[in-house]
Design a protein around this ligand. Structure first.
Ligand code: GRF
Length: 192
């Protein structure tokens, strides 16, 4: 049977992209067809290379001014888009084209600590500043509004008063790497 093709969009180091690539390298039913980043220097390009998956810099293809990104996704026969630390807003046209086929991971328990500008350590700093006793991850569909699409899955971890931002980040990252590939796998196979 033809595998489900996914595209990973990422702007950063790519630890979640690595978890996804590693997971799906052992699953003939799902193939990571392409990795797309808005940053030429992002670590995720090296991660893609390690797994022999082509990676593309979004800026190079003028994604926001044309339909080149849509053509590229179609040339790779991409069925689902997975955002793994992608900092740009996905254009509305793409959200419509891939309705309910774009999945994002957010490093907090949405609807708390979401929205424009809430990414990376800013999220963990806000969690600490608010004195939260727990935080976690949210895996959700992407719609036209930042972090507002339907929730697919959440997992939480405790936050201790003495935890630093970095401690919180590490706990959240552990949850991400543990759950994201498994949940993406279920969604793209229609099991969830
Ligand atoms: C993760 O915390 C993810 O939840 C968020 O961006 C971060 C990406 O980290 N959306 P990495 O590049 O996967 O290491």
């Amino acid at each position: 049977m033809k595998p489900v093709n996914i595209a990973i969009f990422a702007s950063g180091a790519g630890s979640n992209a690595r978890a996804l690539l590693s997971h799906f390298s052992n699953d003939p039913a799902v193939r990571v067809a392409v990795v797309i980043s808005n940053k030429a220097g992002a670590g995720v390009h090296e991660v893609a290379q390690e797994f022999d998956v082509p990676s593309v810099v979004l800026g190079d293809i003028g994604a926001y001014e044309s339909n080149l990104i849509e053509e590229m996704l179609s040339s790779h026969q991409v069925d689902f888009i997975v955002l793994a630390g992608f900092l740009l807003k996905v254009p509305d046209s793409l959200v419509q084209l891939y309705a309910n086929r774009i999945i994002n991971i957010h490093p907090a328990l949405l609807p708390k600590f979401g929205g424009k500008g809430m990414y990376g350590n800013r999220v963990h700093a806000a969690v600490k500043a608010q004195g939260e006793t727990e935080t976690g991850i949210t895996i959700h569909y992407v719609n036209e509004h930042y972090d507002e699409g339907a929730v697919i899955f959440q997992a939480s971890c405790p936050v201790a008063p003495e935890d630093s931002e970095d401690d919180i980040r590490k706990k959240v990252q552990e949850l991400e790497h543990l759950h994201f590939p498994a949940i993406v796998s279920k969604v793209v196979k229609g099991e969830l």
